[in-house]
Write a protein that binds this ligand. Structure first.
Ligand SMILES: *[C@@H]1O[C@H](CO)[C@@H](O)[C@H](O)[C@H]1NC(C)=O
Ligand SMILES: *[C@@H]1O[C@H](CO)[C@@H](O)[C@H](O)[C@H]1NC(C)=O
Length: 386
């Protein structure tokens, strides 16, 4: 066969040669039509079939402006040490208990781990059976946990897990996310979405609708109260050291605002920091004048485009469903911000992804992440931002 073919072609007479060429010429528009039409038709059908309906973000939420920190360390992985390698599965948030010399972190396997600060030994403590995210030390030696799957939990000093609340105003939490406890015992926490669960978090981003809420839980009355609704992916929470307000992060719109809990302005929402260089996750106060805001990703060109145009988010959603989402994240990091919301230092690295918390303990910055099997820590004296 192959022999006849190779001997045939060169000896073809002129006539058949031109016939083949002319036949090719005739079929060319048809082939083009098919090659162009098939993907268009397929894409149109996919698009029509897909009921996913992303919303435009309000124009006021879409700024390209990014605030600058006075000093930065853009290679924070250089000099970083790994803590608990192999013993921590996605340590999302960190709560420090100075009186015991330990910190707690909740992982994807449901375990809340106790880690000694002096020697970085990890002890599996209790398992919530869910997915602990935000974590804070309570007023009675308990841990208060925002468990994405279970709701707001009280983990007593004896290791007993008790559900405090998992719904408000008739709407169940789907992604309980950030938490902090005020000095008077009041618990402030967020539900990132009443629509999507943690495993579906990307859909919350792609849909671009505000399903998040900031809430309080009063242990004295056991009442859950919605403080702010219609938030875009309500995330980290921190009570200010003067107990005057609660800071809460909204991830896609790159800002943290404050909800005032004391004084004449009680109940008001005010600006704290906007135009962040990344999408904020958890926020933690260090007791020394700085909040630390973790960014799973810096503000990237592709996410900026996606937030601007719902049709791009719909395209990404279809890719996510059928072939996988393109990589749109880079430069995870942590921004230190002073008490009035002014950036003081910025630590990040091109190799860091999905960093979810940063907290300063002693001279070290400890960082947790949604997926990494360890916590990274950086000695801020040895590797300062400059
Ligand atoms: C570290 O701290 C823990 C608890 O505070 C203590 O039990 C342990 O002995 C300490 N280890 C070292 C090496 O200092
Ligand atoms: C958590 O449970 C412990 C033990 O029952 C209790 O002392 C503590 O007040 C509880 N915390 C909250 C916030 O309900």
């Amino acid at each position: 066969m192959s022999e006849s073919k190779s001997s045939d072609s060169p000896s073809l007479p002129n006539a058949s040669n031109s016939y083949i060429i002319s036949k090719r010429k005739n079929s060319w528009p048809f082939t083009l039509l098919i090659t162009a039409l098939v993907p268009v038709v397929a894409a149109t059908i996919l698009y029509q079939l897909d009921t996913f309906d992303p919303a435009p973000l309000p124009p006021g939420e879409l700024s390209r402006h990014v605030i600058e920190a006075p000093v930065r360390n853009s290679r924070m992985l250089e000099g970083s040490e790994l803590v608990g390698v192999g013993h921590l599965a996605g340590p999302e948030d960190i709560a420090y208990d100075p009186s015991a010399g330990v910190f707690y972190t909740g992982c994807a396997d449901g375990w809340i781990n106790r880690v000694t600060v002096n020697d970085s030994v990890v002890h599996k403590w209790i398992n919530t059976g869910g997915r602990p995210l935000g974590i804070a030390v309570g007023r009675n030696n308990e841990l208060i946990v925002a468990d994405a799957a279970k709701g707001l939990l009280n983990v007593t000093a004896e290791g007993v897990v008790e559900l405090l609340t998992d719904e408000a105003e008739g709407q169940k939490f789907r992604m309980t996310d950030g938490v902090d406890v005020a000095e008077n015992g009041m618990i402030y926490f967020t539900d990132a979405s009443y629509k999507y669960s943690l495993s579906e978090f990307i859909w919350e981003f792609l849909e671009g609708k505000p399903h998040g809420r900031l809430m309080s839980y009063d242990p004295a009355t056991r009442r859950t109260k919605v403080l702010v609704r219609n938030l875009y992916f309500a995330n980290g929470v921190a009570v200010s050291p003067d107990q005057n307000y609660v800071i809460f992060c909204e991830t896609p719109v790159r800002r943290c605002r404050k909800y005032i809990i004391q004084g004449k302005e009680k109940g008001k929402v005010d600006k704290f920091i906007e135009y962040l260089p990344g999408m904020p996750d958890n926020i933690r106060y260090d007791g020394e004048g700085n909040y630390w805001i973790a960014f799973p990703t810096a503000h990237t060109f592709s996410w900026d485009l996606a937030f601007r145009y719902p049709i791009i988010r719909k395209g990404i959603a279809i890719m996510e469903r059928y072939v996988g989402r393109p990589n749109m994240e880079k430069n995870g990091g942590v921004l230190a911000v002073d008490l009035v919301g002014k950036p003081t230092a910025y630590y990040y690295d091109p190799g860091l992804l999905l960093l979810t918390t940063g907290i300063k303990i002693g001279d070290h910055l400890y960082c947790g992440s949604l997926f990494s099997p360890y916590i990274i820590r950086l000695n801020l004296k040895q590797y300062p931002a400059t």
